[in-house]
Design a protein around this ligand. Sequence first.
Ligand SMILES: Cc1cc2nc3c(=O)[nH]c(=O)nc-3n(C[C@H](O)[C@H](O)[C@H](O)COP(=O)(O)O)c2cc1C
Ligand code: SF4
Ligand code: SF4
Length: 644
Amino acid sequence: MEDLKSFLIEKVLLFESDTLSSDTEKVLGQVRREKPAQPVVYLSSGTSSLIAGSARTYSAIENYISENALEAKLISVGCTGPANFEPLVCVHIPGKNKLFFRNITEEKVEPLLNGVFHNDINEDDLAGQTGTKGFELWPGIPFMDEHPFFSNQKRVVLGNCGCYDPESIEEYIARGGYRSYVKAIRHYTYDEVCDIIEKSGLRGRSGGGYLTGLKWKHALNTNANARYLICNAKESDPGAFTDRTILESDPHRLLEGIAIGAYAIGASNAIIFIRSGSDHARNRLQRAIDSAREFGLFGHDIFSSGYNLDIVIKKEPGAFVCGEETALINTLEGKRGMPQLKPPYPTTAGLFGKPTVINNVETLMNVPLIMQNGPEWFRSLGTENSPGTKVFAVAGKGRMSGVVEVEMGTSIRTILEDIADGIREGKDFKAIQLGGASGSFITSEHLDLTIDFDELRENGIGMGAGGFVIIDENTCMVDLVRYYMEFIRNESCGKCIPCREGTGRMLEILESVIRKPLNEESGTTLERFKGVMQLETIASVMKDTSLCGLGQTAPNPFMSALKNFRDEFEEHIFDRKCRANICRGLRSFSIDVEKCTGCTACASKCPVNAIYGTRLQPFFIVEDKCIGCGICFDICKFSAITVK
Ligand SMILES: Cc1cc2nc3c(=O)[nH]c(=O)nc-3n(C[C@H](O)[C@H](O)[C@H](O)COP(=O)(O)O)c2cc1C
Ligand code: SF4
Ligand code: SF4
């Protein structure tokens, strides 16, 4: 190992020419296991895989290898993307293409490996094969990259995810890693690095789309005796998991991006502000930092360049608002995580009053690639004003879900219909929620819009950090908006009145819409309708007067739902009807006397004793007492209970 370490440092990282010698390439090919002499089994090991049982799959594969005395290697890799396929297993038999198998739980391991090693493959579990030049094809097996989930993606930021062992710095270096960083600190000035990133047109991927190179230059050009770079890995929107996937699958590229960014602004200290609860990601990242330090990549006078760098991880305290940059800085300074008025911007007076750059994980992941391939390469991807790609966490009611990456300029329809393969269980499409808790809804009329900061903004839609939640016809939009509003109300830091009181009032009004009033007197329906109209006024005041982005964007889901699904709001208010049968407060149940067997199950479980009857005779529900909880509906084995 020590030999390999010195080899990688001397012959790769410090090698002056861009073209490595053929002998070096040969060794790097071995580290990458390109042409293994023995079988290699790769197992995905990110959080989604662990939830699907990959830890048990790992043990089962390990046991299989030892019990059969096989000369085979087992390697944990990161997440390849499709959550439906977890745990994903890839088997590489020497000389042949790699085979991918999906949903390999522990009990499937033995038959699967018996099949592969004896040329009798179970096609049910197959996801596909790679098509690598010089390797033997498995006849009749489709190529993995032709699967619509992958063929419509452009995997640049995620290029390493699922391909290498995230705990092996050797493998990362063998894949070209850390060379751009070492080259930058030894041969480029701070300005030159800022220039390259500015020329590439990279825009911040947290949603705002501010030019990264310009932000770096502001910090660099502010006079100070210390500067900081902070990687914002807070990611706490409901349904967001792109950053966590990246941290777990390719921590070294993120570290390289942070290191280049820190150098570009002349910072010797960088901080990764990580979401609490992401322990798996944090542990991997810490191991990556430790091994990079051992390789001399961080520390004092790195490779005699005169540059010093230290990277530390700080766990966030668990509040959504702490992702906002000024609140984040307050947190790191040991204060309450409350946002502050801007200006001054962090690039002028940030952490401990020093110039500070805060960048999102995905933004920084692009940096090593731009340094390696040049700004023109980056500009050749995507659209004119939004170059590059964008990573999304596709969740909700699509047939396929997971982490995906598309070239900017790809239509929303492509993500929905091709990558996510449409809606599950033959249901109709209703909307897509882009951009987390304060994002907007995209309806069928907007599906041909493309992923581009400006095009989306012109249509009143924010790009968001990466949430792409697919909503089907069975979702109640009023209830969904209430859910987001409850989340935001709970997360408001309460510093400014419009946000603190506005989110509370908005939630109150939405809750009154999804509840049937105990006594409906004349005029109360109208009052509720007036309440909803009042929401528009509250929303515009919050937008104009709240201090930070949380309060300013909190009304977005409501405003967007009211615009696109007004009929559902009206139905809830005037007809007291929830067409999706989701809003408990509006549901009422009745018993079909023809189907009821009088088994008593419903009556015994009803929490408010609203069901009466005599055993073995049809039962009935007293409507005035029923609270619409639906316990009876779920429990009846005879489908005798209907909802209206
Ligand atoms: C309430 C709130 C929460 C935020 N949460 C995050 C977050 O989790 N991650 C993130 O990168 N940016 C978040 N931001 C944006 C950051 O303040 C900041 O603009 C961003 O990290 C800059 O990165 P970029 O320039 O690379 O896009 C949040 C903003 C607000 C208003
Ligand atoms: S807008 Fe809301 S979250 Fe932001 S500072 Fe004001 S009260 Fe706090
Ligand atoms: S559970 Fe169904 S069948 Fe049994 S008493 Fe209730 S309605 Fe009738």
